[in-house]
Design a binder for this molecule. Sequence first.
Ligand code: IMP
Ligand code: MG
Length: 176
Amino acid sequence: MHDDDAIGEILVPAEDLERRVRELAREVSRDYAGKDLVLVGVLKGAVFFLSDLMRHLEIPCEVDFMAVASYGSATKSSGVVRILKDLDAVIEGRDVLIVEDIVDSGLTLQYLLRNLAGRNPRSLEVCALLIKPERRKVDLRTRYVGFEIPNRFAIGYGLDHAERYRNLPFVAALKD
Ligand code: IMP
Ligand code: MG
């Protein structure tokens, strides 16, 4: 088991994640019925949330991925973003839903929104599993949000610290 010293207080237990992801999937299914939905996952953290969310969608959809690197320290992003892997899909005229693990300062997402908006999708929205309202630096519309968490560095359910802990089935605070 994960008897690691780095795993601190549980911020979101596995049962709460499961329940909330199902609720979000119901909302997305209702809102995007009859549309041309493309889920855009941001690698790598969003993969876990995205696959669970997608499994519960009751409407047709496609999935694609982007990988970005944000310059900055290990725990703070600078807002200067580089695309490491771009979409395979052309999103012009389509209904794009960006799926993110966590919105912290919002700088990474702000860059992604501007970049994807430039490709003229019919609609462009954000579904974020977690947000840290205290740390937000830019004003962004996050249409779907799983949970608001306090200003702690979070690990698990896709979130890493130095690439570890993504496979935890819950979200915990990193012990300092
Ligand atoms: P932002 O640009 O400050 O909003 O941060 C964006 C990215 O930083 C997220 O997509 C995560 O990959 C990473 N990040 C921010 N906060 C955390 C955290 O608490 N745990 C793990 N990764 C985080
Ligand atoms: Mg991320």
